[in-house]
Every structure is written in structure tokens, then in C-alpha cells.
Design a protein around this ligand. Sequence first.
Ligand SMILES: [Zn+2]
Length: 90
Amino acid sequence: MARCRECGIEMDFVMMPSGKAMPVSGVYIMIDQQSKRPNRTIITDEGETVRGREIARGHHLKDHKPDENFVAGRESHFANCPGASRFRGK
Ligand SMILES: [Zn+2]
């Protein structure tokens, strides 16, 4: 597993449809993608970006089979890296 150069945390990579590897970190989050008040954007293991409202989190959600309402995935590491300010604003 790779480590972030900014904060040193262990990251995982998800291959995006574009062919780029997206760094993700943290536990799996399950979101309700039908929610009218989305507050999370996650990357699924298939490389899909999905926005919705967080309803649960935990590593066990990795095995959740996506359906039309609930999808599990992880957040882009850039969204929660403590050193992320250095990725932006230049
Ligand atoms: Zn980081």
C-alpha cells in the first residue's frame, strides 16, 4: 500500500474509467444516492464517482452490493488529506 507524501497515511488506489489511479483513504462509506441533501462524494471500487448522503460507515461495507439506492465506496484522499491545501491554490 502506498503512503501519502503530504500526510503519511496509507492510501489505496482505485482505477478510474479515464485510466488514472485515484488515491482513496479511510473506511468505506455507504451513501443514499437518492437523497435530496447529499453531503458526500465517494469513489466505488469500480471507479465510479457517486454523490449522496452518508448513512453508514465501516470496513464491512466493502462487501455491500450496490443497488439503486445505496452504494458503498471511499472518499478521494485529496478530499480529506490534512496536507491537501498543498494540492490546491497554486
Ligand atoms: Zn494525505
